[in-house]
Design a protein around this ligand. Structure first.
Ligand code: F6R
Length: 234
């Protein structure tokens, strides 16, 4: 596992460059994408790069990690809306090539991922160590499924909603097994509230109580941290 500790601005630029390099070299690249606050700076850099360099996404396919259950896909806080607003509407990607898990057929999403083989998966991490919405004690063999969100996740995400009661209680998420099938993984973590999860990942052992620790098994992971997220590392 490669670990990079740097300023948020520089990490956003570095991850953006990793993505554009892949897309330039592999016009039909398959990207795994995350939502939440962490990747917003990377997406903004991708939009700026597109304006400047016209990086071509017409052959690119994307697989998002997750979507809330109980919100219409056009809801302002749905992850479909997030991706359109923060990336897809600003680059030349074909929306038919952008995929999200759905409640109707979770296992079909795992099958689609197997068929397409994700070249690069971008991940954030929850304060409780979740990746995607795979909450603590999810089996490391889990494929795409419906999940009940942990209390801590509902609390973490209430900042995006008017009140905590508006935060959906469930989601559909790419499974840990699907995430691990990606050829390469970049995990980004900013802020003190991620420091414990990052310590478990880097100084701890594989442990289903901390889903992020499954990444210890992956041969090609880069972890980008700001100083706060790295603050508990030994
Ligand atoms: C989002 C996702 C989640 C987030 C995590 C961190 O698609 O899968 O695992 O990456 O909850 O969220 P932020 O970035 O908002 O701190």
């Amino acid at each position: 596992m490669k670990i990079v500790i740097d300023e948020i601005h520089d990490i956003n630029v570095m991850v953006c460059k990793e993505i554009t390099k892949l897309v330039n070299n592999t016009p039909d690249a398959v990207l795994g994408l995350a939502t939440g606050s962490t990747p917003l700076g990377v997406y903004q850099n991708l939009i700026d790069d597109y304006k400047e360099n016209k990086t071509d996404y017409s052959g690119v396919k994307t697989f998002n990690l997750d979507e809330y259950v109980g919100l219409d896909i056009d809801h302002e806080q749905s992850y479909h809306t997030y991706m359109r607003k923060n990336l897809f509407d600003h680059i030349n990607i074909d929306l038919n090539n952008t995929f999200f898990p759905s409640l109707e057929n979770p296992s079909a999403y795992s099958e689609l991922i197997k068929e397409h083989n994700i070249d690069l998966q971008i991940l954030g991490v929850g304060s409780n160590g979740h990746i995607g919405f795979n909450e603590p004690y999810t089996s490391f063999d889990q494929e795409t499924s419906y999940v009940t969100l942990a209390e801590s996740t509902i609390n973490d995400n209430k900042r995006f909603f008017n009140s905590i009661d508006d935060v959906p209680k469930g989601a559909i998420t790419m499974g840990l097994k699907d995430i691990m099938s990606a050829k390469r993984i970049i995990l980004i973590a900013f802020g003190k509230n991620k420091a414990q999860a990052i310590k478990q990942l880097i100084n701890g052992v594989e442990d289903e109580a901390w889903p992020v620790t499954i990444l210890k098994r992956h041969p090609y992971v880069t972890v980008y941290l700001d100083k706060d997220a790295a603050s508990l590392l030994e």
